[in-house]
Ligand binder design. Structure first.
Ligand SMILES: *[C@@H]1O[C@H](CO)[C@@H](O)[C@H](O)[C@H]1NC(C)=O
Ligand SMILES: *[C@@H]1O[C@H](CO)[C@@H](O)[C@H](O)[C@H]1NC(C)=O
Length: 416
């Protein structure tokens, strides 16, 4: 009985591959302009719409840290470094702070890696505090708004909550001194204390050259129905199970490990990027945090992202029509993933693939060196430009103070 069912699904899958193969051969046709929820478009040009002043900090806040550990240039939080470099030579930069719309403080707060390369956020609060103390005493601009016209790049797991475990991150909350600033972060989940209103959610950093080097010819058919490589359980940090990925990854494994439509495993093959280009659906389940680099990889490789992360706030959601591109599956529905995916009509799949094939989609996910128009740097600037002009309420009255410099865990108050 069971075998018949698989054979049938196999045929359905094979049929899809044929049809999709036919469409892919027709690539190169004009693509539609992609607009998101707010009617904002990926091709918007931020130049001329905002001016950014880059504070000059002692190199111990940025360059020196990077010199100590060049691995920071390739890990998934590297956007904070590349954004700094980008802004230094960007046409939106102004050297005259009096005419700036936005102020940027270049602090590499995620560049503190364990020997295994895991970023530790424990020094970040003191480092941020120290940097803010410095800019607020050397320039008059911080005190005018207590940071409301300043933006910070905080790509850690839970943004400016500065902890990689969700419970602890929630307990810490957003660092007090950053509570008025605009936070540019990878973390995005609705109604979460670590995502404040007005934040800009960005994709995690994925290495553009490396991905490009693995591109395969576009006519190769997508013969894998569902693809996933990664952890299902994190036994080291979650021995009892259920916390890691809120059990969603475990459910994927338990329900589909023997299903021939599912090419899933913990083993990371050298053909990982190629495999994604041979797959129709790529699973993007939450891990410890809702976001993951798989989302970027899926878009780059034209594999429809299957997003399993309830309440996730996706990167540049004002400009990217994620609902049209991806498939959203509630965490509780993971046991039905096979029927959910096999019942999507081929024409819907083809439309998603056409949208994914739009180069502006891919561009928006990447932080290339040098920058290119429409890339993630430009999307961040678009996001900042859309917030202008600042409301008058951001400017404090003379002598008015809102932020409490001594709030938060005592250990955060120690000098950095
Ligand atoms: C900004 O306010 C802080 C604390 O209230 C003060 O120490 C500092 O001197 C002020 N900065 C400037 C440039 O006036
Ligand atoms: C600032 O926070 C500290 C620590 O929580 C608290 O003791 C103090 O009263 C607060 N100050 C103000 C002005 O609210």
């Amino acid at each position: 009985m069971k075998d018949w069912r698989w054979a049938f699904l196999g045929l359905v899958c094979f049929g899809l591959v044929l049809r999709i193969g036919a469409v892919e051969r027709g690539r190169g046709q004009p693509t539609e302009r992609i607009s998101g929820s707010a009617g904002d478009v990926l091709e918007d040009d931020p130049v001329g719409r905002l001016k950014v002043f880059v504070y000059e900090l002692p190199s111990k806040y940025n360059k020196k840290i990077l010199q100590k550990d060049p691995r920071c240039l390739t890990h998934m939080f590297a956007a904070e470094i590349f954004m700094h470099r980008f802004l230094l030579s960007s046409p939106v930069r102004t050297l005259n702070p009096a005419e700036a719309d936005w102020f940027y403080t270049p602090v590499y707060s995620t560049c503190d890696l364990t020997p295994n390369g895991l970023p530790l956020p424990f020094k970040s609060p003191r480092m941020m505090r120290s940097a803010i103390q410095l800019i607020s005493s050397n320039w008059p601009y911080w005190n005018r708004t207590e940071g409301a016209d300043h933006f910070f790049i905080v790509p850690h797991d839970f943004g400016a909550c500065f902890h990689y475990l969700e419970e602890k991150a929630i307990e810490r909350r957003i660092l007090t001194l950053l509570q008025r600033a605009t936070l540019v972060q990878t973390f995005g989940q609705k109604n979460h204390v670590c995502l404040k209103d007005g934040s800009i959610t960005i994709p995690p950093y994925a290495p553009p050259q490396k991905m490009e080097a693995h591109l395969i010819p576009p006519h190769i058919p997508r013969s894998i129905f569902v693809y996933f490589r990664g952890l299902f359980y994190d036994v080291g940090n979650d021995p009892e199970g259920g916390y890691y990925a809120r059990g969603a990854r475990a459910a994927v494994w338990e329900n589909f490990k023997d299903n021939p439509l599912f090419d899933i495993s913990t083993e990371h093959p050298t053909t990982y990027y190629e495999d994604m280009q041979r797959a129709i659906f790529c699973l993007c389940p939450l891990g410890w945090a809702p976001w993951s680099p798989r989302l970027v990889e899926a878009v780059i490789f034209g594999c429809i992202p299957v997003i399993i992360a309830d309440d996730i706030v996706l990167p540049f959601a004002d400009a990217i029509p994620w609902e049209d591109i991806g498939v959203f599956v509630d965490e509780k529905d993971v046991p039905n993933l096979d029927s959910i995916l096999t019942s999507i009509p081929p024409e819907v799949i083809l439309r998603k693939q056409r949208l994914l094939a739009n180069p502006s989609m891919k561009q928006a996910m990447l932080f290339p060196q040098p920058a290119q128009s429409g890339d993630a740097f430009h999307q961040i600037l678009n996001g900042l430009a859309r917030k202008l002009p600042h409301d008058n309420s951001v400017y404090l009255k003379a002598g008015e103070k809102v932020l409490n410099w001594t709030a938060g865990p005592v250990a955060d108050l120690k000098p950095w």
